[in-house]
Design a protein around this ligand. Structure first.
Ligand code: HPA
Length: 274
């Protein structure tokens, strides 16, 4: 079955099963998934029940599509995402993003846990993604172009929608949240980077590094969605501090910023026009 046929089948299944018609999509990163539990009128659909949906395998990612309402917006949340390091090609890990586009989502908010490359950052900081470096080693747009969604050679000069970022920064300041802003570099993982790789990323202009988000942003941009990215700096990247990196630290920091993260995502929703 070709990719477009798979996407159409998944989209039709969701349109038939769920009455809500979300215009905003939200992808929740490692340790950040419980924001989905705050939705009103929630309708939950396990990834496993949606035709052709890939299934996440990493701890902390449950694999649930949650439809609902929040801050007056109709939203759909991907609670748990598929990472490239799990083994599927990026065309398949990003299939859920195209399905969201096919059911009418116009704005995508991507969140992630990541390592701080910028030495002025601290674990627990929240960073608005201004731009990215695709260092993943692949690209989700490789292969036959899906003309139904967008062009062969999409422009990426305003991938993380500037006007929305401006509105988010103003709103965050008004609710007392300090927001960093910077460039997110994607590394495939699953190992954390080496200190030499982190020095390279800093030289290349990255402020943060992680194993997700970039393929989803590229696909969303191809589908002409507006995109916002919010990174939680859960740890300083390898070699910045004399300590080891661990998934436990990532989850601990994500838990520590829980309340601020929820406040920020609420604020983000209020600046998105339906
Ligand atoms: N590197 C890559 N991915 C990550 C990190 C990191 O330091 N922290 C959380 N996700």
């Amino acid at each position: 079955m070709d990719l477009q046929t798979k996407i159409n089948a998944a989209a039709q299944y969701l349109l038939d099963r769920v009455a809500l018609r979300p215009t905003v999509g939200l992808v929740l990163g490692s340790g950040l998934g419980d924001y989905a539990d705050t939705l009103e009128e929630a309708v939950r659909v396990p990834f496993g029940e949606i035709p052709n949906f890939p299934l996440p395998t990493v701890a902390g990612h449950s694999g649930m599509l949650v439809f609902g309402r929040k801050m007056g917006r109709t939203v759909v949340v991907l609670q748990g995402r598929i990472h490239y390091y799990e083994g599927l090609p990026q065309q398949e890990t990003t299939l859920p993003i195209r399905v969201l586009a096919a059911i009418g989502v116009k704005t995508l908010v991507l969140t992630n846990a990541c390592g701080g490359v910028n030495t002025a950052f601290h674990p627990g900081d929240l960073m608005l993604i201004s731009d990215h470096i695709n260092f993943s080693g692949s690209n989700p747009l490789i292969g036959p172009n899906l003309d139904q969604f967008g062009p062969r050679f999409p422009d990426c000069s305003d991938l993380y929608t500037r006007s929305l970022r401006k509105a988010v920064k103003e709103k965050a300041a008004s609710v007392g949240i300090d927001l960093q802003e910077g460039v997110y570099a994607m590394y495939s993982g699953p190992n954390y980077e080496t200190p030499a790789e982190i020095r390279m990323f800093r030289t290349l202009g990255a402020d943060a590094v992680g194993m997700s988000t970039v393929p989803e942003a590229l696909v969303a941009g191809h589908c002409a969605m507006q995109v916002l990215g919010i990174s939680c700096i859960t740890n300083m990247a390898a070699g910045v501090l004399p300590q080891k990196l661990s998934h436990a630290e990532v989850m601990e920091t994500a838990a520590r910023v829980h309340d601020t993260f929820h406040t920020l995502v609420d604020a983000v929703l209020t600046v998105i026009e339906e």
